[in-house]
Write a protein that binds this ligand. Structure first.
Ligand SMILES: [Zn+2]
Length: 281
């Protein structure tokens, strides 16, 4: 019997085996409710992240203008919510990819900067939009502390194997009163509970997802780090991966996804979580 690993967020030793997906074991922390890949697999996780991003980068670059056109209004909706926190105008997108959000921020008069692991994507953003992008992991970069109004990351936190030093660094880079805005996956969602190890967000091997959060994790970690939670919401239901496609169960589950979505929002059981939190003054 292998001992359960300590939690990678709160260091608690009260963790229990949760799921295994293709040989990768996930554990859940009884204190902070983080669901995480066992630490023995973390180096592998880091290497896998790099491989995945390099691959994604190569595919997406060609279609960037088309992609950006489809996302612009969504970006503007987020930027309107971030407007109250604008002072210097500096906004940082971590894991900026092809720079779509940065480009939208630039159009709205922000002073955007990106962080990206894949050098060819960073180069693309610099050349096409004249937006500075730092290459590397956030923890290794030397950026100006206390200088950003907003730090944004979308679908990134689930890839970060050691979230605490990462979030601590985010805190140090924000000015007092500045905002963090993020979206990630909710392992206490209807989708995760129903699909269990077939939950479509789970695969580490194909998606590089190593840590999953819940509303409880968010309510615990942000005040711990010196943030004030401004908004926490969830949405999205996806029950059909539990069934093989072309079965009756699959088709019924697709219908159930739509019916249950409003309840997921009300009860914070959607599979996507969004957090807006402010650095305390
Ligand atoms: Zn924990």
């Amino acid at each position: 019997m292998v001992d359960s690993p300590s939690c990678v967020l709160c260091s608690c030793s009260q963790t229990q085996f949760w799921w295994e997906h293709k040989g990768f074991p996930f554990y859940c922390c009884s204190d902070c409710d983080l669901l995480f890949l066992a630490q023995t697999s973390l180096q592998e996780a880091m290497d896998r992240n790099k491989e995945i991003y390099d691959g994604i980068g190569q595919k997406v670059v060609e279609k960037v203008e088309e992609h950006q056109a489809g996302k612009r209004e969504k970006h503007f909706a987020i930027l309107r919510r971030l407007e109250p926190y604008r002072r210097t105008g500096k906004i940082l997108d971590i894991g900026c990819g092809q720079g779509g959000f940065l480009r939208s921020a630039q159009e709205r008069g922000w002073e955007p900067e990106g962080v990206e692991l894949a050098p060819h994507l960073a180069k693309f953003v610099r050349e096409h939009y004249s937006i500075p992008v730092h290459v590397g992991t956030l923890e290794d970069l030397e950026l100006e502390e206390g200088s950003y109004d907003v730090i944004f990351f979308n679908e990134l936190l689930e890839h970060i194997p050691q979230p605490r030093p990462f979030l601590t660094k985010v805190y140090s880079l924000l000015r007092f009163g500045g905002a963090i805005f993020l979206r990630t996956r909710n392992h206490r969602s209807f989708s995760a509970s129903f699909c269990q190890e077939k939950w479509k967000e789970l695969p580490f091997f194909s998606k590089g997802h190593v840590c999953f959060y819940s509303p409880s994790t968010m309510k615990w970690i942000f005040p711990q780090l010196g943030f004030r939670l401004r908004s926490l919401r969830t949405w999205g239901v996806s029950l059909h991966p539990r069934f093989a496609s072309d079965t009756v169960g699959y088709r019924l589950a697709k219908v159930a996804n739509k019916i249950m979505d409003p309840f997921a929002k009300i009860f914070r059981k959607g599979h996507r979580i969004e957090v807006l939190a402010l650095k305390n003054k």
